[in-house]
Design a protein around this ligand. Structure first.
Ligand code: ZN
Length: 280
């Protein structure tokens, strides 16, 4: 069903979707589906993926723009269940640990193969910080992908989103991120131990996607990660509307992590579920 909601242009759409003919105002009919903001978990694990799954990653979609957030092990395979790879418009990387970047190389090869097949794609922007110049340099590859710097100082526009960042507490430099439109905001903590600044950063978000990599007995003992109780506390203090837990451990019963979060947060809280569409 097509819904006519006004005259809009979106520079990230293909020419087939964005067009102009003489005497007729440029008209883009966005389906109702395209106007909603949607985020889909692609993987939920920290460290490495379980069989036939992927490490923590999310696909964010709004106004026909598709942004992948982190691209670790198994992500390229899982992503294809939800989006043809050539429809990806941008990738944002929180930090350069393997469980967040392992599939970048394969993503670059997928674009190169398209090029060899005579179906070249636009260079894909991959956003990452420059605190690790060697790894930042690897985001650019044979004009198939282009590394674009992000920093905690600057809000940038990525497709239809205003995106800002907050440094987390992790063994390597890592950025939490906030995607905002006029109506909504989604905050992802990326990897971090308890970090007070995240409370203001996540203030009143519609969705907080928080890492929760630790069982309670490990909270405060394993550097760089939070337990469910801390994720729940963050959601409570920041007054977010919904909490989704990710970067989960492969051992133990992860339901315990959700229960620990619910002790501190009485809003809607759940473990990220691969393929589920969280819609705003
Ligand atoms: Zn990490």
């Amino acid at each position: 069903m097509i819904a006519l909601t006004g005259f809009m242009t979106a520079p990230w759409l293909s020419s087939a979707q964005n067009f102009s003919i003489p005497h007729l105002r440029v008209t883009l009919l966005l389906t109702k589906e395209a106007q909603i903001m949607k985020i889909v978990p692609i993987g939920i694990w920290g460290g490495y993926p379980k069989a036939n799954s992927a490490t923590s990653s999310f696909l964010l979609e709004h106004e026909g723009f598709h942004c992948l957030i982190d691209c670790g092990s198994g992500v390229l395979s899982s992503l294809q269940n939800y989006l043809p790879l050539e429809k990806l418009d941008a990738v944002v990387i929180s930090h350069y640990h393997a469980d967040h970047i392992a599939d970048i190389g394969s993503l670059q090869y997928s674009r190169l193969i398209n090029y060899y097949l005579g179906k070249p794609l636009k260079p894909l922007p991959i956003y990452g910080h420059q605190e690790d110049p060697e790894n930042f340099g690897k985001l650019s590859y044979k004009e198939q992908t282009i590394g674009i710097p992000i920093s905690k100082e600057e809000t940038i526009q990525i497709g239809p989103f205003d995106v800002s960042f907050c440094e987390t507490k992790h063994p390597v430099y890592c950025l939490a991120m906030k995607f905002q439109t006029t109506d909504h905001s989604i905050v992802l903590t990326a990897d971090t131990e308890w970090q007070e600044e995240l409370v203001e950063f996540a203030r009143d978000a519609d969705i907080l996607i928080s890492e929760a990599n630790l069982y309670e007995e490990h909270v405060g003992k394993a550097p760089g990660h939070m337990g469910g109780s801390e994720a729940g506390n963050l959601a409570h203090l920041a007054n977010v509307k919904q909490l989704i837990l990710t970067h989960l451990p492969l051992h133990g019963n992860i339901e315990e992590i959700l229960q620990a979060a619910k002790v501190h947060y009485d809003g809607s809280a759940e473990l990220a579920e691969v393929g589920k569409e969280y819609v705003l």
